[in-house]
Design a protein around this ligand. Sequence first.
Ligand SMILES: Nc1nc2c(c(=O)[nH]1)N[C@H]1C(S)=C(S)[C@@H](COP(=O)(O)OP(=O)(O)OC[C@H]3O[C@@H](n4cnc5c(=O)[nH]c(N)nc54)[C@H](O)[C@@H]3O)O[C@H]1N2
Ligand SMILES: Nc1nc2c(c(=O)[nH]1)N[C@H]1C(S)=C(S)[C@@H](COP(=O)(O)OP(=O)(O)OC[C@H]3O[C@@H](n4cnc5c(=O)[nH]c(N)nc54)[C@H](O)[C@@H]3O)O[C@H]1N2
Ligand SMILES: [Mo]
Length: 772
Amino acid sequence: MIEAHSGHMVRGAPEQDIDESALEVGSPKRAAAGVKGVLVSLQRSWEQMGAGRTLKTLPLLNQRSGFDCPGCAWPDPREEDGDRRKLAEFCENGAKAVAEEATTRRVGPEFFARHPIAELAGKTDYWLGQQGRLTQPMVRLDGDEHYRPIGWADAFDLIAERLNGLDSPDEAVFYTSGRTSNEAAFLYQLMVRGFGTNNLPDCSNMCHESSGSALTETIGIGKGSVSLADVEQADLVLVVGQNPGTNHPRMLSSLEKVKRRGGRIIAVNPLPETGLMRFKNPQNVRGVIGGGTPLADEFAQIRIGGDLALFRAINGLVLEAGAVDREFVDAHTHGFEEFAAQAAEIDWAATEEATGLERAQIERIAGMVIASERTVACWAMGLTQQKAAVATIREVVNLLLLRGMIGKPGAGVCPVRGHSNVQGDRTMGIWEKMPKAFLDALEAEFGVPVPRRHGLDTVDSLRAMRDGRVRAFVGMGGNFVAATPDTEATEQALRDCELTVQISTKLNRSHAVAGRTALILPTLGRTEKDVQAGGEQFVTVEDSMSVVHRSRGRLEPASEHLLSEVAIVSRLARRLLGNGHPVRWEVFETDYDAVRDHIANVVPGCEDYNRRVREPDGFVLPHPPRDSRTFRTATGKANFTVNEAAPLELPEGRLLLQTLRSHDQYNTTIYGLSDRYRGIEDARRVVMVNPADVEALGFADGDVVDLVSEWGQDGTTEERRAERFRIVAYPTARDCAAAYYPEANALVPLGSVAERSNTPVSKAIVVRLERR
Ligand SMILES: Nc1nc2c(c(=O)[nH]1)N[C@H]1C(S)=C(S)[C@@H](COP(=O)(O)OP(=O)(O)OC[C@H]3O[C@@H](n4cnc5c(=O)[nH]c(N)nc54)[C@H](O)[C@@H]3O)O[C@H]1N2
Ligand SMILES: Nc1nc2c(c(=O)[nH]1)N[C@H]1C(S)=C(S)[C@@H](COP(=O)(O)OP(=O)(O)OC[C@H]3O[C@@H](n4cnc5c(=O)[nH]c(N)nc54)[C@H](O)[C@@H]3O)O[C@H]1N2
Ligand SMILES: [Mo]
């Protein structure tokens, strides 16, 4: 179905719900990427946007004059590091992310007239995402069954009136997802703090909060300490709890370089993820015709949640071997004696039980660590979403400190971020507990009082909504309802809100499960031209390695009604804060340089921002441990920590379930039903279980079951159920299982959070399988 719409060719999206019940299981693929990856990306791009737009967009991805890939936060090669960008500096999944945004499918007023909100709520995330780009501001007033169009000015008036009508600014929360640009994020937090609250939950609360928490305490800054060159020059790279083949495919090129140089890679994962085992680089001949480069030298198939015990044992072995970098430890660290006293003892029986690994393998891994002069530790959600996430990451830091691996070339910590600008949003002040120095600087720059009481994070926002303490929600991007845990409770919390506002590019569940009065404000995406009164604008972003650079889209906007995020925030702030407000909101949207001038004055490390972001590769933010082995912690040194490994209790007949991403999704946006590398096609409601466990539990491959999570607190056990999952016998670690996010979010209790970071425990859920 092709129909004309505001001058664009519009490709039809499926009107019927998409059948997700068919299932085909092959064997897991042996190598990631290769030619098939290129073909898939081109096919998806063509389906969503046709040949013309495909050719216009993909070559601009991650180029200096183009736009930043809206996929992951893996950095681009830099000239400074002697690295040239390739003509195709993107991956299969980056291309899919672009195709999703640059799609020619549209969700306009006719769509909303056709589909009542209750009907949309019954659709799958896949179906919702496939409908296309939002084109006009829409509103649902209390009692309405449909969204209907509303003008921008009326929308801002309505939102301002409702927010100003609350008893306190703390009755509203303002969520941010990590695609928002630095400029929009900076203005957004200024508006929110000007309004009078620090309620700025973000997707980071569910993502790398545990990394930030552990790193700030131990090295004094919550960001990674390596550059791309460091990773590529390492002797040894640990890839822990991360699936780069799917989620950070461009990282595989760096890992391949490590291998070519004779470096080694250790993968720690309950699943033998294809990208970690072998990689076919589509950009060289060997990748195209050969069998690819074998990546992991050692694959530690760990039991879910066993990482703390593993790293404790490795640290014990490093101490035992006398392989401590005494010079580094004496000069730069604090707490070594106390740490060493505890770490020297290894309880092997407990370690083997917790990790599911054999002593001999752990000893081999420790030997590789000891032999390496340049070690980088990378990790992602497999660590951050555990119950003991913060303690586990602190233990990884202990290892690097023992070996003096911070602040020298080819070594360091590398928390691999998710969203392309999630790190930048934090730098710009999107955090419910920004430090005092930042708030002081904000107050001084704008002459407006800034609230000091910490705000609510994501989980606490949900609890406050549930309890009626929060009555209004504003979302700058993202898909709050689908990304958060405890689906049933969460959906109710959102429906009970008096007002929900979603600033979005595409239709998603958060538009279908909305507050009593609900607004959708459609915005420009990364790929699109942003033309304002002051001319064509660019925005800036920060990648996972603290590189700040420009991003400029080239496509015509999806609709003439769209506003940029900067324009939306500036106009809303004017209405919300009133005409007498000392901040001159009206100047920002004309020329984003005006925003950047303020960023330069407020945000540490951003001095002379407007000039430095115009450098071809942007600039790198300061990182004291990386730059000078300076540690701005409470002790003035890098801190060793003592971490107790409390084993995860698994009652008889239960499994530890993790929720993860398939190869064909971006978080809650489902691109398709193919988890190609894992050999699973045409289905998402599947649960992967080790064949021996399938048999031991009395099931067979292909059986359909309900997943029931059991979560104990204060002597009671709560149960949650997700229905109709097909068992797939799969080589995961024993006692473990895996199902896709967001379908399995219903099983994650709101009360089950990582210690200290308050991140939902999405990776170690105790479940039983119940036959249907
Ligand atoms: N194409 C694509 N790219 C993406 C995303 C996407 O959805 N699609 N999402 C983006 C975002 S926001 C993020 S945060 C990142 C996420 O990137 P990842 O963290 O790679 O994402 P997950 O799919 O959650 O994979 C978690 C990995 O940890 C492993 N794991 C689970 N439990 C444990 C454990 O207890 N110990 C260890 N050692 N490993 C464990 C799983 O088997 C899996 O390989 O990717 C970003 N990039
Ligand atoms: N069970 C379980 N839950 C999880 C996770 C897990 O592993 N397991 N992972 C967690 C993690 S790591 C994360 S980061 C969160 C993700 O949580 P979110 O960031 O909230 O979710 P996304 O699916 O990335 O958001 C997608 C939506 O963002 C909007 N969007 C896309 N681009 C733009 C843009 O440029 N501007 C604006 N304004 N909107 C845009 C589109 O409307 C799209 O529908 O989920 C978390 N939830
Ligand atoms: Mo994330």
